[in-house]
Design a protein around this ligand. Structure first.
Ligand code: GLY
Length: 297
């Protein structure tokens, strides 16, 4: 029997400034709207995740794709991951500098024998697959140039503090076959060294999916998230608890152990939503039981 599909996306957990709030809400709404009709017609979960994240990466509001934060060397480096709940297939790419949509490269890697590619190897794979190459400067926006200049001037800068202005994106989908998929994409944290990897492209840290429990995507300070295998922890809680309670418990564990901040979205094996965050906002959108797209922070 066909299932009622579900989709939830996020656009980062932090204190989103007033002047940026509308764009975050609109961006999340657009990502859900871009896939909702195809999802109802039977689009597989992993394709829907990829399409929704591509919309978020192309929207310069978020710290993913165009609009990614600048590293210490003034460049943008992108990471993305996707995981399929039925097969447990996982693929991710790291330190992408010359492609707008790293989620598409991760999606292509799902069909290969290797799971994770980084740097020049990931970009060579993207080129082989025919993805359009762009210059790194095309990923850089004025907002991030200004942030970079300000942070460079501040001697008190630390990676943990710099995480706060930050908008990793992600999506979790439950399709008409009852299959789950999850994906996440990020530009990382401002002023991080070139080559730094956070939680996003690591399975069980920023991205996790298992049809028997659920799928989850995280946002927040990667160095903390990966220490508690945040998304895997939340999905394990789904064996015992509701999606909302599971997300809440995972955030509590993250905060107890690392004293850090994050947000998480998830869907369980029955197609029920969960989310939690210990930041001021979590930009997100989902389709409710009436079929309406709800976007909020
Ligand atoms: N959560 C994204 C990162 O820390 O890279």
């Amino acid at each position: 029997m066909k299932k009622e599909p579900k989709i939830i996306v996020h656009g980062g957990a932090w204190e989103i400034p007033l002047e940026e709030q509308e764009n975050h809400i609109k961006g999340c709404y657009n990502a859900v709207q871009a896939v909702w009709s195809d999802l109802q017609k039977g689009m597989p979960a992993h394709e829907a995740v990829c399409t929704a994240i591509r919309v978020l990466e192309t929207d310069e509001t978020f710290d993913a794709g165009k609009g990614g934060v600048l590293r210490a060397n003034g460049t943008v480096e992108l990471d993305a991951a996707i995981m399929v709940g039925k097969s447990h297939s996982f693929a991710s790419v790291m330190n992408i500098k010359e492609y707008m949509n790293p989620i598409d490269i991760a999606r292509a890697l799902l069909d290969e024998d290797f799971s994770i590619l980084c740097g020049s190897g990931a970009e060579a794979f993207a080129q082989e697959k025919g993805f359009p190459r762009i210059s790194n400067s095309e990923l850089i926006v004025e907002r991030e140039k200004k942030r970079f200049a300000t942070l460079k001037q501040e001697n008190k800068y630390s990676l943990a503090e710099a995480f706060m202005p930050h908008g990793t994106v992600g999506a979790v989908v439950y399709d008409t076959e009852g299959n789950l998929a999850a994906g996440t994409s990020t530009g990382g944290v401002p002023l991080a060294p070139s080559g730094r990897i956070g939680d996003t492209p690591l399975p069980g840290a920023g991205t996790y999916c298992d049809n028997t429990t659920g799928g989850a995507s995280a946002t927040g300070f990667g160095e903390a998230i990966l220490r508690v295998l945040f998304t895997r922890t939340a999905c394990d809680f789904l064996r015992e608890y509701s999606p909302m309670e599971s997300a809440k418990r995972a955030v509590e564990i993250l905060h107890d152990i690392t004293h850090s901040f994050a947000g998480i979205i998830l869907i369980n094996s029955k197609g029920e939503y969960g989310l939690a965050y210990n930041t001021t906002h979590l930009a997100r959108a989902y389709v409710d039981a009436k079929g309406d797209i709800i976007a909020t922070i």
